[in-house]
Design a protein around this ligand. Sequence first.
Ligand code: ATP
Length: 349
Amino acid sequence: MNELLTATNLTKRFKPEEHPVVDKVCFGVKEQEIFAILGPSGCGKTTTLRIIAGFERTDDGSIQLNSKTLECPYTHIPPEKRGIGFVFQDYALFPHLSVLENVKFGIRNAGGSEREFRALKMLDLIGMKSLRSRKPHELSGGQQQRVALARALAPKPSLLLMDEPFSNLDAVLRNSTRNEVRKILKDAKMSAILVTHDQEEALSVADRIGVMNNGKIVQIGTPEDVYYRPKTRFVAQFLGKTNFFAAQATGLEARSEIGYLMLDKPARGDVMISIRPEHLTLERATPANCSGTCGIISSKEFKGHDITYHIKLPTGECIVHTDNRMPFGIGENVVVRPLEPAVVLKQDS
Ligand code: ATP
């Protein structure tokens, strides 16, 4: 797929003497791609999105959409001329307008019957044509979210921006709404940028994720890439539970507190490695398999389909997710075995 949006070296300081809140941010969004910007609170996600929307100026760098420069220190195309749609966190629906009227409001460049036709088509796409006469307060949070999405999509933008669009929904509704939103965007062949601090949301909705920390994009990749092949300790930790071990590497193998492990890439000397809890398994310790690297089960969380064990090791702790056919008891001696190679991490910059 061709690149639709290119952000190059975007930089923003709100106070000249302070560290930039957006620091040389570079990424591209392909046609029909959902790209998530994922990072902790205050890392600069919203500011990046607002620069792309045209609500903030960039101090440096540029944004191209369809090869046209929208933003650089000398150019600023106003938000309404960018061909970009925006879904806000609080949906921002007009309370006195019906669902249909809210969606029609987004379509400016068409006559009455064409507007109605396009609005109804959008409502059909989001499965809400039958609720077209309702007012926003007569809808659930998830339905309001879909109407906000339909309104943003109705003018046929080239790109849709979504800032924490699911954060007002409860956990169950959030899950189903994000699956629906992904399907709607894919059916509409839309490109979108989703800003979120929720790693599960980014992993399940996005095609690619840019992980952001301290104003910088620190890694870009598919959900599988950033989850299973994190480059730094920050990315490994932010994307979910993991185990870190100091290890001594000798090529594709390393020695660590849980014994010898394979590595995902060759390394030499002292390294920090990460291995996900589901990439470890347990064996009951016996004199034959335990050569000084045994652990003791310190706690256990039974979750029905799987079990999470916390293992006390001689100098630390590790977490292991196993299936429910491995019922070890608290206090039992176990040996921790890797099922997959461990990931060698670079130092966080
Ligand atoms: P959150 O997930 O909490 O919304 P975020 O990653 O979206 O966080 P931003 O809203 O982009 O972060 O803010 C980045 C930093 O810039 C924060 O420290 C914030 O306080 C600061 N900031 C944002 N807007 C302004 C502003 N208009 N003036 C001054 N500082 C600002």
